[in-house]
Design a protein around this ligand. Structure first.
Ligand SMILES: Nc1ncnc2c1ncn2[C@@H]1O[C@H](COP(=O)(O)OP(=O)(O)OP(=O)(O)O)[C@@H](O)[C@H]1O
Ligand SMILES: [Mg+2]
Length: 382
């Protein structure tokens, strides 16, 4: 019995005993032959045994072969179906082919012919089933690979964003530290003197508060994994933004003995921007300039103006300058000449932010003379 069920099966569906029996006898040496005298029994056998070939009569009472065919195809689109037709019933045979039969045989059939046709179609079913199986395996492998890739990309994105986050938190924290130092100096003074300097102290406290808020916003931005924050695009007055940059970078520049000047354009210009993002970009440029100049003689000049519907901001320094080979690599992530103190992400982030705001960033530099970065951003529509 076990050996029988391991053999390839052929199902014969015919209401007439004569042809059913002769087919069974012709095929029984090579196949497990299953017989049914109507379509419904045939369908049950198809479900239970998954034959490779079905030989089915077209003319049967109740459900005929064409109806049977459509039900077979719903259950098993790959099994080969050979239809038996009456002699000369070519049209019926062609109709069966249109309904999804693989071949047809006219009654009375020739023994050799039936053996050959069943053999050929059994092989066809095997090939088709193997192909379908391989396709399914490939699809599953593909799905698995895509899932792996997505999780790897996500991890890489988290890694990249973590580095950017650490880089960006450093700037506001440096500002907080600078103002806390100024405050503690003030607090060391006697009570009366502190009262005299209360305006300064209140201002320092405000700057600290702003920078702590910035740190919180950066953390939130990181939590949302740096998704593009188009919802936060608002008109931002460039002068206000640069004022904040000056306040943030000022104490750091002072402590390094670097003079930062801002030739403020009095005419206000607004850009449509994610304020925090553009702030971080400009801070990076000014900090780089401060870091590039020498203590005492170093000067950083910030200018802003408007032309051709765009806001231009330039940050110029009289520092070390950049040699041409390094100029090419400036905006690459992790490119730094500052050893362990730099991450090399500052300019990479800056460029990304400026471009996300439909802006451009250009650099001109001469070794030992200095550098100028120019940012151009579209003016907000009035
Ligand atoms: N104004 C400048 N003058 C001279 N070199 C500069 C200037 N701005 C940038 N560079 C060069 O470009 C490199 C990359 O700058 P970027 O801001 O991307 O990284 P970094 O400043 O080295 O590190 P981080 O921004 O993390 O502190 C710097 O290491 C420096 O060599
Ligand atoms: Mg930098």
């Amino acid at each position: 019995m076990a050996a029988e069920s391991a053999r390839e099966a052929v199902l014969i569906i015919d209401d007439e005993l004569g042809p059913r029996e002769s087919l069974r006898i012709l095929l029984k040496n090579d196949y497990q032959v299953l017989c049914a005298d109507n379509v419904d029994t045939g369908l049950q056998l198809l479900r239970a045994h998954q034959p490779s070939v079905i030989v089915m009569d077209i003319r049967m009472p109740k459900k005929n072969g064409i109806q049977g065919l459509s039900e077979i195809r719903k259950l098993d689109p790959l099994v080969s179906v050979i239809m038996l037709t009456g002699y000369g019933a070519l049209e019926t045979a062609q109709e069966a082919i249109r309904h999804g039969a693989n071949d047809y045989l006219s009654k009375p059939f020739d023994a050799r012919e039936i053996q050959e046709i069943v053999k050929r179609h059994a092989q066809r079913t095997r090939v088709e089933r193997r192909r379908r199986h391989s396709e399914e395996e490939l699809r599953q492998i593909n799905e698995q690979l895509s899932a792996n890739l997505a999780s790897k990309e996500r991890l890489a994105a988290i890694g990249q964003k973590s580095a950017e986050f650490v880089h960006d938190l450093r700037n506001p924290l440096t500002a907080v530290l600078g103002y806390v130092e100024l405050l503690s100096e003030d607090l060391k003074q006697s009570k009366d003197k502190l009262a005299e300097r209360w305006t300064d102290t209140a201002e320092y406290l405000e700057i600290i508060e702003r920078n702590v808020t910035r740190c919180r916003e950066l953390s939130e931005m990181w939590l949302s994994l740096g998704k593009k924050t188009s919802g936060q695009m608002r008109p931002v007055v460039v002068q206000e933004l640069l004022q904040e940059v000056m306040e943030s970078v000022g104490p750091m520049a002072d402590s390094l003995g670097v003079h930062v000047e801002w030739a403020r354009d009095q005419e206000p210009g607004a850009i449509e921007a994610d304020r925090l993002q553009v702030f971080r970009a400009l801070c990076n440029l000014v900090i780089n300039a401060v870091e590039a100049v020498a203590s005492g003689t170093g000067v950083v000049r910030i200018r802003n103006g408007k032309a051709d519907g765009r806001v231009k901001i330039s940050i110029q320094d009289n520092g070390s300058g950049i040699v041409p080979e390094q100029l090419k690599r400036l905006f690459e992530p992790y490119f730094t000449t500052k050893g362990k103190t730099g991450t090399g992400l500052g300019l990479f982030i800056t460029k990304k932010v400026i471009e996300e705001h439909c802006g451009t960033i250009e650099v001109q530099s001469k070794a030992n003379e200095g550098t100028v970065f120019t940012v151009s951003l579209p003016l907000a529509r009035p």
